[in-house]
Design a protein around this ligand. Structure first.
Ligand code: SF4
Length: 301
C-alpha cells in the first residue's frame, strides 16, 4: 500500500491479490458482521461514508499520485462489503475515479451474495462499465449446513444465483472458501457442496483460507465447548484435495490459488487442466504430515 494522504479508518483489509492497489473506503465495517468465525470488523459499526468525503479523498490522492509520478493500476473499494453501498454513492465515486485516474485497469470490491442479489442486472452492468469489474465473494462453503452454522446470512442457492448474476453483468469473480469451516461433523458435506457451487459458477479465481478459531469469536467459544471439532492438518489437506479433485468447471477455466498467510503451503494452478498435478502434490504432502498434528493457533502465528 502506498503512503497516501488519507487517514484510513482502521482496521483495513483487502484480498492478497490487491496488495498493490490504492484503497478507498466507501463503507466502514460489514453489513452482516455476524459470521461466527470472523473478527475483522467487530470494532466497527457498519456505515456508508459521506459522499463528499470520499470524493475529496479521491481528489487529494490523485494530486498526490501525480506529484509522485505514480499511476496506480488497480483500485480496491473497502470495507467489508462496499458493494452494499447504494447506487447514488457508488456511481459518483466510480465516475470520480475514472475522471481522476483515467489509466486505471480495474476496480475491485468485496461483495456478499446479498449485496449482489439486491442490485439489479442493469445496476451491476452500469457499475462494471465504470471499471468496477472484480468482485471478491467470501462464500466460505457451498454447504447449507455450514452456512447456517456460521450465520453467513445466505444459502447455497444465494451463492449460486449471486455468482452467476455478477458474472453475466461484466464482473470477474473471485470466490473464497474456508478449509475446515464445518469441523469434522460437516467436512464431507462441505467438500461435496463446495464442489457443486464452484463447478456450477466457475469463478474466474478460486482460493482457500484455512479456518482458525480466533480469540473472542463465537466460533472459538463453540470449539472450546466441543460443539465444533477442528480438523487436523492432514484433514485440512484432505478437504482441499477432494474439492480440487471434484471441481469440474461448467463455464470457464478457474485460476486456483491457496497462498494466504493462513495456508501452510502455498499451491496454485489452473482448473481443470492442472487438477491432477495439484492433487498429486497434496497427496504427497499429506503422506509427510504426522497424524494428529494441528495447524498453528492464531496466538502463535
Ligand atoms: S460477511 Fe465477511 S466481513 Fe462480514 S462478518 Fe462475514 S466474514 Fe466477516
Amino acid at each position: 500500500m502506498f503512503n497516501i494522504p488519507i487517514s484510513y479508518d482502521q482496521p483495513v483489509f483487502r484480498p492478497p491479490s490487491e496488495g498493490r492497489s490504492f484503497l478507498i473506503q466507501v463503507t466502514l465495517g460489514c453489513s452482516n458482521n455476524l459470521c461466527t468465525y470472523c473478527d475483522m470488523y467487530r470494532s466497527k459499526k457498519y456505515q456508508v461514508r459521506e459522499l463528499k468525503t470520499i470524493l475529496s479523498e479521491i481528489d487529494q490522492s490523485s494530486e498526490y499520485f501525480q506529484g509522485m509520478g505514480i499511476n496506480p493500476k488497480k483500485i480496491f473499494l473497502c470495507d467489508g462489503d462496499a458493494l452494499g453501498a447504494p447506487m447514488n454513492i457508488l456511481i459518483p465515486v466510480l465516475e470520480k475515479i475514472n475522471e481522476k485516474f483515467p489509466k486505471i485497469d480495474r476496480i475491485g470490491i468485496y461483495a456478499t451474495a446479498q449485496n449482489i442479489l439486491e442490485k439489479t442486472d442493469e445496476e451491476l452492468s452500469l457499475l462494471s462499465s465504470l471499471k468496477l469489474n472484480m468482485a471478491y465473494l467470501g462464500m466460505e462453503s457451498g454447504s447449507d449446513k455450514v452456512l447456517h452454522m456460521i450465520v453467513k446470512g445466505n444459502t447455497q442457492a444465494d451463492m449460486i444465483n449471486a455468482s452467476l448474476k455478477v458474472k453475466r453483468n461484466g464482473f470477474k469473480l473471485s470466490t473464497i472458501a474456508m478449509l475446515g469451516l464445518g469441523g469434522k461433523k460437516h467436512s464431507a458435506d462441505h467438500i461435496q457442496e463446495t464442489i457443486k457451487v464452484i463447478s456450477e459458477t466457475s469463478p474466474e479465481y478460486f482460493s482457500f483460507l484455512t479456518t482458525m478459531a480466533l480469540p473472542n469469536t463465537p466460533y472459538k467459544r463453540m470449539v472450546d465447548r466441543k460443539m465444533i471439532e477442528m480438523l487436523t492438518t492432514k484433514e485440512l489437506f484432505f478437504e482441499m484435495r477432494e474439492i480440487i479433485k471434484g471441481i469440474n468447471p461448467k463455464l470457464n477455466e478457474i485460476v486456483f490459488r491457496a497462498n494466504h498467510i493462513s495456508n501452510q503451503y502455498p499451491i496454485g494452478g489452473v482448473l481443470p487442466q492442472d487438477s491432477g498435478e495439484i492433487v498429486q502434490a497434496l497427496t504427497s504432502w499429506m503422506e509427510q504430515i504426522p497424524e494428529g498434528e494441528y495447524p498453528p493457533m492464531p496466538e502463535s502465528m
